[in-house]
Design a protein around this ligand. Structure first.
Ligand code: PBG
Length: 332
């Protein structure tokens, strides 16, 4: 921080008169509709809008209702969505994740055909498709369970390619296996998708803030937890090393997650690397404000916009948020 030494130390500090117009001229960061990405959950079926109890206002959609929602979002000015799939069947090799006609693949095809103005990002992970709910292949399920990092990479790469084949504009690996950005980059390149960018959840911390999401995505692990592959929330330097590694492997956009509790990480990542950087304001950040607002304890709109502003101030180029739809309406 550089402060100019006052030439007249005795001078009384001045309070400048700021009109709203002047305040707007000197505002350092802005929050714009074009910076918000709406996560969406899609499951097989028709006519479904199944509310997520722990996330008021968020629902699981079937492909047909997803299209209606996507049109509404696009009309409001939401530029992009991030898709999560909930398959009919789960198994031990996450077959639904990379099935040619899997739920995300179907949804992407329809979205790109019918609402082409929306940018479609897909979450690349195995947890929603695995019977045990972990993000990779597991040996010895149960208390002796271990994640098989390297064999999981093949499935993740297949998943990313299948999303690209369906028409996804960008793939976003969230699994946290080591080396997955490289595996996905190579697989995309050799399959003719060398122009599809990768947004890497490079700094993704093992967090209690994901609780409500696991209801939404039906991906709660059956045993153990995700601490062997997600990061320790105590470690900021390690986060920078993870980001450097993902950049070296070919990540185009870096994601920091969760949001509010990790603003320092966001700031450090943006300052250190200067790459396009995004914040993911995760499920509990949304649910906590929603529940407090329902009780009349906080003003939802004011709190939500203040949180979104804080991500911009901390260096995020854009924000993945369950408020994208509402915020676009609020921002007008
Ligand atoms: C994993 C994934 C998770 C989230 C996004 N991708 C959950 C987890 O790691 O347990 C959490 C998002 C949120 O809480 O909003 N596929």
């Amino acid at each position: 921080m550089h402060y100019i030494t006052p030439r007249f130390p005795a001078a009384r500090p001045r309070r400048l008169r700021q009109t709203p117009l002047l305040r707007a001229l000197v505002r350092e960061t802005r929050l714009d509709k074009s910076q918000l990405v709406q996560p969406l959950f899609v499951r097989p079926g028709t006519g479904i809008r199944k509310p997520i109890l722990s996330m008021p206002g968020v629902a699981q959609f079937s492909p047909d209702t997803l299209l209606e929602e996507a049109r509404t979002l696009a009309d409001l000015g939401v530029p992009a969505v991030l898709l999560f799939g909930i398959p009919d069947k789960k198994d031990a090799k996450a077959s639904g994740a990379y099935a040619r006609n899997g739920i995300v693949q179907q949804a992407v095809k329809r979205l790109k055909k019918e609402v082409p103005r929306l940018l479609v990002m897909t979450d690349v992970c195995l947890c929603e498709y695995m019977s045990h709910g972990h993000c990779g292949i597991v040996s010895n399920p149960g208390s002796e369970a271990r994640i098989l990092n390297d064999s999981s990479l093949k499935l993740l790469a297949k998943t990313a390619v299948s999303h690209a084949e369906a028409g996804a504009d960008l793939v976003a690996p969230s699994d946290m296996m080591d080396g997955r950005v490289n595996a996905i980059r190579q697989a995309l390149d050799t399959s003719g998708f060398d122009e599809i960018p990768i947004m890497s959840y490079a700094a993704k911390f093992a967090s209690a803030f994901y609780g409500p999401f696991r209801e939404a995505a039906e991906s709660t692990p059956r045993f153990g937890d995700r601490r062997s592959y997600q990061m320790d929330g105590a470690n900021g330097n390690e986060a920078l090393r993870e980001v450097a590694q993902d950049i070296a492997e070919g990540a185009d956009i870096i994601l920091v997650k969760p949001g509010v509790a990790y603003l320092d990480i966001l700031w450090r990542v943006k300052s250190e690397f200067g790459l396009p950087t995004a914040a993911y304001s995760v499920s509990a950040e949304y649910s906590m404000v929603k529940s407090a607002a329902e009780k009349g304890w906080v003003d939802e709109k004011a709190v939500a916009l203040e949180m979104l502003q804080s991500f911009r101030r901390a260096g995020a180029d854009f924000i993945i948020t369950y408020w994208a739809k509402d915020a676009c309406a609020w921002l007008g």
